[in-house]
Design a protein around this ligand. Structure first.
Ligand code: MRU
Length: 360
């Protein structure tokens, strides 16, 4: 499969359920991109847990959608059991999947919604329950796709002809059910015929920008240039960037936004160069129960992602490494947050509340 490309013109979908309630979840294994397009069949919760943990499926909304389908996988072994059996299997599956990664709140949002659905039909026969859980997982996926399109529509106005737009990590189709969040603005502007140039930070240590963002924008025919993370300040000083757009993994009630490590540094650099920085994210990425960014749990990952960076040893044997996977950008460094309901601008607790408090 080496060197394969996705069919040009077909939407990139990182996850698809195959079959009915007794079917399976098919993931595009994102650890193999951009050189190989490999699909992975998840037929049980443990396989999916490993896929989320090891970033075969990643990006906050995509993790949420995958976990929703994971609840159907959890249900399957109990599909011939009693009403108590299937409910217990679903609960166990939710608990296990909740341990896969800590930062993206979409994971917990999706599991809570599946749990609530299960509770609302407790006592029903397994056959009907399976159908209801399947429908809920599909609804979560379909709603995510619609939210991404709406984010694209709401944010496309920010990208004007001749602009340079910088992004970090991957907040594209691969990170959602389809179409993306930050990249949705670019797809929507491109569909409207706007001409602009994207700079993709490579995003150390795991290179989501180089491997995923550069790949999917290239597939879409959008003008994209890859830079190392350390080049962003220089590229801004040269006047090549007029807008920064990134995604988020969890946004606190005051608008502080956790995203891939390096986003905070980028926000500081953007401020210093008077370049507006926007976050693009759906309601499912907001955690209104968390008052401010300091309370967002930050995933710590293994040091060998740094010391063995490019498929080989890149640091001295036994070197200590510190590897937080995310950082938090304070709300005051953001020009706005593009959501499916509109743009939150300026970003503060009041404006977040006004836009979202009555939305689920
Ligand atoms: O560790 P990852 O690759 O899951 O991190 C993903 C990000 O930080 C994305 O920018 C974020 O989830 C937004 S996805 C629309």
């Amino acid at each position: 499969m080496a060197g394969m490309t996705a069919t040009v013109g077909s939407p990139i979908r990182p996850l698809q359920w195959r079959g009915s309630v007794d079917g399976h979840l098919e993931l595009l294994d994102q650890t193999r991109l951009p050189t190989e397009v490999v699909r992975l069949a998840c037929r049980d919760v443990e396989t999916l847990w490993e896929a989320i943990r090891n970033l075969r499926v990643r990006g906050a909304p995509a993790i949420g959608c995958a976990a929703a389908y994971g609840v159907v996988l959890a249900f399957q072994p109990a599909s011939r059991g009693s009403a108590a059996d299937w409910l217990e299997a679903v609960e166990r599956g939710c608990n296990r999947l909740a341990e896969s990664r800590p930062t993206a709140v979409n994971l917990f949002w999706a599991l809570d919604r599946m749990r609530r659905k299960a509770q609302s039909i407790r006592g029903t026969a397994a056959r009907e329950a399976g159908e209801a859980l399947m429908a809920e997982a599909h609804a979560i996926r379909d709603e995510d796709a619609a939210m991404c399109r709406a984010i694209g529509r709401n944010g496309a106005e920010l990208i004007r002809d001749g602009m340079g737009v910088l992004t970090h990590c991957n907040a594209g189709a691969l990170a959602t059910s389809e179409y993306g969040t930050a990249l949705a603005l670019m797809y929507a502007a491109h569909e409207r015929g706007r001409r602009f140039k994207v700079f993709a930070d490579e995003t150390r240590p795991l290179l989501q920008g180089a491997r995923l963002t550069a790949w999917e924008l290239q597939q879409a025919g959008i003008d994209v240039t890859l830079i190392c993370d350390s080049m962003a300040a220089q590229v801004m000083r040269e006047g090549r960037v007029q807008l920064v757009v990134v995604g988020a993994d969890r946004i606190a009630a005051n608008g502080d936004a956790a995203n891939k490590i390096g986003t905070y540094g980028l926000a500081v650099i953007a401020k210093a160069h008077n370049v507006p920085m926007y976050v693009a994210a759906p309601r499912t990425t907001f955690d209104l129960a968390t008052p401010a960014g300091a309370a967002i749990p930050i995933e710590q990952r293994a040091g060998d992602e740094i010391s063995h960076g490019f498929g080989r040893q890149t640091g001295p044997h036994g070197i200590a490494c510190y590897n937080p996977a995310f950082d938090v950008t304070p709300a005051e460094l953001l020009a706005g947050i593009v959501t499916e309901h509109g743009i939150i601008r300026p970003v503060n607790r009041d404006m977040v509340g006004k836009m979202l408090s009555d939305k689920d």
